[in-house]
Write a new protein. Structure first.
Length: 123
C-alpha cells in the first residue's frame, strides 16, 4: 500500500511541477551575465555583503562592504559556466525563481575563507 502512495505522489509532482522551485537556466553566452549583482560572500571576516559588476566579455569585479576586491572572468567550457578569480576557481550556475535571477558560484576547493556564493541580479 505504501508504494501506491509513493507512486501517486511521484505522478502528481511530475504532472504538476511545484511553483516557486528554482530552475537552472542554460546560457549560451557570458553576455547574459552582464550587469550588476548583489549578495553575501564568505570571507575571512565571516559573511559580508558584496556587489559585483559583470561586463559583456565575462570579466567582473566584486567588492565587499569592507572593501575587499576580487576580479575574475566567467567563461563557458563544454557548455558549462565556469569562473576564475583572484581568490578561487570553480563552477557557476544561473537560475530563476519567483521573478529573481540568481547567480551561484561554487569554488572547486572551498576553504574557511571561501565557499558557495549567491548573487541576485540588480534590476
Amino acid at each position: 500500500m505504501k508504494w501506491h502512495l509513493a507512486l501517486f505522489l511521484a505522478a502528481s509532482f511530475a504532472a504538476s511541477p511545484l511553483d516557486g522551485v528554482a530552475g537552472e537556466k542554460q546560457i549560451a553566452n557570458v553576455k547574459e551575465l552582464a550587469g550588476s549583482w548583489r549578495g553575501l560572500v564568505k570571507t575571512e571576516f565571516g559573511r559580508e555583503g558584496a556587489t559585483m559588476v559583470v561586463e559583456e566579455d565575462g570579466t567582473y569585479k566584486a567588492s565587499t562592504t569592507r572593501g575587499t576586491l576580487t576580479q575574475g572572468t566567467f567563461y563557458l567550457r563544454d557548455g558549462k559556466l565556469r569562473y576564475q578569480s583572484t581568490r578561487t576557481t570553480g563552477r557557476a550556475s544561473l537560475s530563476e525563481d519567483q521573478g529573481k535571477t540568481v547567480l551561484t558560484m561554487m569554488p572547486v576547493d572551498p576553504t574557511a575563507d571561501t565557499g558557495r556564493t549567491e548573487y541576485e541580479r540588480v534590476k
